[in-house]
Write a protein that binds this ligand. Structure first.
Ligand SMILES: *Cc1c(COP(=O)(O)O)cnc(C)c1O
Length: 837
C-alpha cells in the first residue's frame, strides 16, 4: 500500500535539503526537535529539567501539530463542496481512551516517536502511561461512539462527533475493605493537550421563561421564546485521525459557561449574589457525567445537559450550512445526524425550533427537513432505561420545545387515527406524551417520529425491538427499521493494545488486515499449524505475564500466568450476572473443600467493573466478589488452584491490558437483556474463547466463529419469557440441586462476612424469592458448561486451535463494517479522499 498518504511539507518543499519542518516532519530527527521546542516554549523547561508530565505534554503537542494539518485541510474542502453530506454523530458520551498511542498508530509513526523519546533520554512507556484518559462515558455506549469516530475517520467519511466536555468524567473506583469507593475524576488537572478551545464559535442556549406570539415586519404571525436565562456553549475540538489516511475528522465537545452579565436587572438592583449564583448554575451544566449505565434517573440537570449539547450542536451545524450558502430547507442534504440513544432526542424538536422560529420556514417544510435529517439508534431492551421526562419539569425548563412537541404529537396522532381508526390503545401507546397519572414526555417516541431510520445494535436486539417495545412503530413505519450490529476498532483493540499478536498476524498475512479485517480469514489454515500455534501461545502467555505483574503491583495478589484467565469485565449489573460467575467459583471451592485432592484445572477469575453509585445490589455484588476472593486466595486447601481478583477502576486504559490477556470471556447475561455487547468482540478478536448465552451479539459471534468454537449454555430469550410466564419457582431448583443448595447456604453462613449472616441476604433473597434474571434456572447449565470448558483447557492444542479460529473469523466485528452499513443503508454517504497537492 502507498505510504505517502501523509502531508509532509518537508518532503515536498526541500527535496534533498535535510531540513526539519518542526510542525509536520515525521522522521525521528524532526520529532526530536519538535519535542524539544514544545518543552521549551510550551512547558518552559529544558529537557534536563523536564518532568514526565512535561514530556508527555510536549510529545502530545508535537503530535497535535501534525494532526491539525490534516484536520483543517479536510474541513475546508468538505464544507464548501455542496455534494458532500457530512455525518454528525450526537452522543452524550464518548469514552475515548488515551489519545497518544492511538494517534501514533494512525499516523504510522509509533516506532519513530518511541525512538525519538528514548534518544532524548526518557522512558517512552512512562510517557504513554502518564496520560489521564478522558472518561467521558459510562461503558459500552460511550465506547461505541469512540470506535465509530475511529472508523468514520479511517474510512474517510467526513464527520463531526458532538457531545459534552464534562469537567468530571466517570468516577475513579477504589476498593476499601471490599466495597467500592467513588473518587472524582479530575482528568483535566494536568492539562489536556489534545483539545483546542474555539470561543469565537460559541453559541447561546435558552432556558426557562415563556413563549409569546408576535407579528414580524411583513405581518407574519410567529412565536418566540423569552427565556429566563441564557447559557453559553464553548466548543472544544479534538482531532480524530483515521488509520493511514490523509483526512482527519474532529470531535466537538461543549463546555457551558455563563454569558457575560446577562441578568442586567439583577446587577442593576445590586443583586450581585444572584448574578453570581446564575453564573455557577450555568457552569454546572457541563460539570459532571451521570454515572448511571442502563438506568434512567430523571434529574433536572441531566435534561439541561441533553438540551444544552443538542442545541449547541444544531446551531453550530446550521451556522456552517448557512455560511456556505445552504438553504435552511436543504439542511438534511448537508447533514446526516445520528442520535446515539435518546440522550440527544430533544434535537428533533430543537431543529424544528430553529427552522420555524429562526429560519421562518412553514411547518410542513420544516417537518419534512427534520424527518430527513435524523436517524436513531436504540441501545436497550430494559424498560428501566427508557427516558421520559416529567411534563412539569420539561415545561418549566423548555417551554418552546414543549409547544413544538405538542404540535408534532397532534399532527402525528391525526395520522395514526387515519391509519388505525378502530384502535384507541395504539394512540396512547404511540403518543409522545405519556399520561399514566402523572404526565411525561417520551423521548424514544420523539426520536422515532422524528427519524427516517431506526436501528437496533445486534440482530436479536433489532428483532426483539420490533416484536416488543417498538412494535407499534413497526405497524406505523415498517420501512424505517434496520439492524446495524455493533463493532469495535481493531486499531485500538489489537494493533495498539496487543502488539505481539499484531506482529504475528502481519508476519503471516501482511499488514492490511487492520483496515480490511475480513483478511483475518487467511489465518484459518494456521489454526492447524503447530509452529504458528506455539507462537500464538507465547504471545498470549506474555500478555498474561504483563497483566499478572500489574495485578501484583496494584493489588498485591500473585497470580499464575499459566492458569486459565477466566475474565468478566464490564459494568456491574444484575442482568450481566456477575453473581452467576460467583456461584460457579463457590461451587468449585466447595468441591475442593469436600475433597482437597480433586482434580481442578488452575484458574484465575478476574473481575473488573464499576457499579452505579446509587445501585445497592451492584455495590453489594462487588463486596461479595471481594469477600470470596479473600477466602479462596488464602485457603490452604485451595493451594492456589483457584484465585479470585477484583481489579479496581475499569476504564479504557485498563481494558487495553485485559482483553489481550484473557483465555475465557464471560458473556453470561440473561438472554434478551444485553442489546449487543462489545466486550464480547474485543475478547474473541484477541483469541479468548467465549462462554456465553444466546444474547446480543454473542449469537452472531457464535455464527461466525463456529458453534464448535464457542461454549454455549442457558435459556434462550423466548424460553426466558416462557419460564417467567409459567410461575417460575427458583426455590424448587434450590431445593433440588445439591451443589447450588450448598453454595447459597454457604453465602449466608457468615464465613464470608465475619460472622454476619445478613450481609449478603439481599442477594440470596433476591435469587430465592423472584430471581428476575433467572440465575438459578441457568445455574445447572452454566456449571456443566464450565466443566466442559475445564475439560477442553486440558487439551492445550485443541484450545489453541479454537482460539486461532476465533481470531481468524472475527472480521465481521470491525466497527468499519458497522460504519459501512450506516453509510450505505442509512446515511447514503461516500468517502471523501483528501487530495494532497
Ligand atoms: C468495551 C468496553 C465496555 C463494554 O463492555 P461490555 O462487555 O460490552 O459491557 C465497557 N467499558 C469499557 C472501558 C470498554 O472498553
Amino acid at each position: 500500500m502507498s505510504e505517502n498518504f501523509l502531508i509532509n511539507n518537508q518532503g515536498l518543499e526541500s527535496g534533498k535539503m535535510k531540513m526539519c519542518n518542526i510542525r509536520t516532519g515525521l522522521d525521528k530527527a524532526c520529532l526530536k526537535e519538535a519535542i524539544i521546542d514544545h518543552l521549551f516554549y510550551k512547558q518552559g523547561c529544558e529537557p534536563e529539567g523536564a518532568s514526565i508530565n512535561d514530556v508527555y505534554l510536549a510529545v502530545s503537542y508535537a503530535l497535535r501539530d501534525r494532526l491539525l494539518h490534516h484536520g483543517l485541510k479536510t474541513f475546508d474542502a468538505v464544507l464548501e463542496d455542496e455534494d458532500i453530506r457530512l455525518v454528525s454523530y450526537l452522543s452524550a458520551e464518548f469514552l475515548m481512551g488515551p489519545q497518544l498511542g492511538a494517534n501514533l498508530i494512525d499516523l504510522n509513526i509509533f516506532d519513530e516517536m518511541r525512538q525519538a523519546v528514548t534518544e532524548l533520554g526518557f522512558d517512552f512507556k512512562l510517557v504513554l502511561e502518564q496520560e489521564e484518559e478522558p472518561g467521558l462515558g459510562n461503558g459500552g455506549l460511550g465506547r461505541l461512539a469512540s470506535c465509530y469516530m475511529d472508523s468514520l475517520a479511517s474510512l474517510e467519511i467526513p464527520a463531526i462527533g458532538y457531545g459534552i466536555r464534562y469537567e468530571f468524567g466517570i468516577f475513579d473506583q477504589e476498593i476499601k475493605d471490599g466495597w467500592q469507593v467513588e473518587i472524582t475524576d479530575k482528568w483535566l488537572r494536568y492539562g489536556n493537550p489534545w483539545e483546542i478551545a474555539r470561543p469565537e464559535s460559541s453559541v447561546n442556549v435558552y432556558f426557562g421563561g415563556y413563549t409569546e406570539q408576535y407579528s414580524n415586519e411583513i405581518g407574519k404571525v410567529l412565536r418566540r421564546w423569552v427565556p429566563s436565562y441564557v447559557v453559553k456553549g464553548i466548543p472544544y475540538d479534538t482531532s480524530e485521525m483515521g488509520y493511514k489516511v490523509a483526512s482527519c475528522n474532529f470531535l466537538r465537545l461543549w463546555k457551558s459557561e455563563a454569558i457575560e452579565s446577562f441578568d442586567f436587572s439583577s446587577f442593576n438592583h445590586g443583586d450581585y449574589y444572584k448574578a453570581v449564583m446564575d453564573k455557577i448554575e450555568s457552569e454546572n451544566i457541563s460539570k459532571i457525567l451521570y454515572p448511571n449505565d442502563e438506568l434512567y434517573v430523571g434529574k433536572q440537570l441531566r435534561l439541561k445537559q441533553q438540551y444544552f449539547f443538542s442545541s449547541c450542536s444544531l446551531q453550530d451545524m446550521m451556522r456552517m450550512h448557512l455560511e456556505n450558502q445552504g438553504k435552511p430547507q436543504d439542511f438534511h442534504k448537508k447533514w446526516a445526524i445520528q442520535l446515539n440513544d435518546t440522550h440527544p432526542a430533544i434535537s428533533v424538536a430543537e431543529l424544528m425550533r430553529i427552522l420555524l422560529d429562526e429560519c421562518k420556514l412553514d411547518w410542513k417544510t420544516a417537518w419534512e427537513t427534520t424527518q430527513q435529517t435524523f436517524s436513531y439508534t436504540n441501545h436497550t431492551l430494559l424498560p428501566e432505561a427508557l427516558e421520559k421526562w416529567p411534563l412539569d419539569l420539561f415545561k418549566a425548563l423548555l417551554p418552546r420545545l414543549l409547544e413544538i412537541i405538542y404540535e408534532i404529537n397532534y399532527r402525528f396522532l391525526e395520522e395514526v387515527k387515519r391509519r388505525f381508526p378502530e384502535d384507541n390503545n395504539i394512540l396512547s401507546r404511540l403518543s409522545l406524551i405519556e399520561e399514566t397519572g402523572s404526565s411525561y414526555v417520551r423521548m424514544a417516541n420523539l426520536a422515532c417520529v422524528g427519524s427516517y431510520a431506526i436501528n437496533g445494535v445486534a440482530s436479536l436486539h433489532t428483532e426483539l425491538l420490533k416484536k416488543n417495545i417498538l412494535n407499534d412503530w413497526v405497524s406505523m413505519y415498517p420501512d424505517k427499521f434496520y439492524n446495524i450490529t455493533n463493532g469495535i476498532t481493531p486499531r485500538r483493540f489489537v494493533v495498539l493494545s496487543n502488539p505481539g499478536l499484531s506482529k504475528l498476524i502481519t508476519k503471516n498475512i501482511g499488514d492490511t488486515w487492520p483496515q480490511y479485517l475480513n483478511e483475518l480469514k487467511k489465518l484459518e489454515p494456521f489454526a492447524y499449524d503447530a509452529n504458528f500455534k506455539e507462537q500464538f501461545r507465547q504471545v498470549k502467555i506474555e500478555n498474561k505475564r504483563i497483566l499478572s505483574s500489574v495485578i501484583k503491583d496494584r493489588i498485591g495478589i500473585v497470580v499464575n500466568p499459566s492458569s486459565m484467565f477466566d475474565v468478566q469485565v464490564k459494568r456491574i449489573h444484575e442482568y450481566k450476572r456477575q453473581h452467576l460467575n460467583v456461584l460457579h467459583i463457590l461451587t468449585l471451592y466447595l468441591r475442593i473443600k469436600s475433597n482437597p485432592d480433586i482434580e481442578i484445572q488452575p484458574r484465575t477469575f478476574i473481575f473488573w467493573g464499576k457499579a452505579a453509585p446509587g445501585y445497592f445490589m451492584a455495590k453489594l455484588l462487588i463486596k461479595l466478589i471481594n469477600s470470596v476472593g479473600n477466602l479462596v486466595n488464602n485457603d490452604f486447601d485451595v493451594r492456589d488452584r483457584i484465585k479470585v481478583v477484583f481489579f479496581p477502576d475499569f476504564n479504557v486504559k485498563n481494558a487495553q491490558l485485559i482483553y489481550p490477556a484473557a483465555d475465557l470471556s464471560e458473556q453470561i447475561s440473561t438472554s434478551g437483556k444485553e442489546a449487543s455487547g462489545t466486550g464480547n468482540m474485543k475478547f474473541a478478536l484477541n483469541g479468548a474463547l467465549t462462554i456465553g448465552t444466546l444474547d446480543g451479539a454473542n449469537i452472531e459471534i457464535r455464527e461466525e466463529v463456529g458453534y464448535e468454537n464457542f461454549f454455549l449454555f442457558g435459556l434462550t430469550a423466548s424460553q426466558v419469557i416462557e419460564v417467567k410466564q409459567n410461575n417460575y419457582d427458583p426455590r424448587f431448583i434450590y431445593e433440588n440441586n445439591m451443589e447450588l443448595n450448598a453454595v447459597i447456604k454457604f453465602i449466608n453462613s457468615g464465613i464470608l462476612s465475619n460472622g454476619d449472616r445478613n450481609l449478603f441476604k439481599p442477594i440470596t433473597d433476591n435469587l430465592l424469592y423472584g430471581d428476575p434474571y433467572l440465575l438459578l434456572a441457568d445455574y445447572p447449565l452454566y456449571i456443566s458448561c464450565q466443566d466442559i470448558v475445564a475439560e477442553t483447557w486440558k487439551d492445550k492444542d485443541k484450545w489453541n486451535t479454537m482460539a486461532v479460529l476465533n481470531v481468524a473469523r472475527m472480521g465481521k466485528f470491525s466497527s468499519d463494517r458497522s460504519i459501512n452499513d450506516y453509510c450505505e443503508n442509512i446515511w447514503k454517504v461516500k468517502p471523501f479522499k483528501l487530495k494532497i497537492e
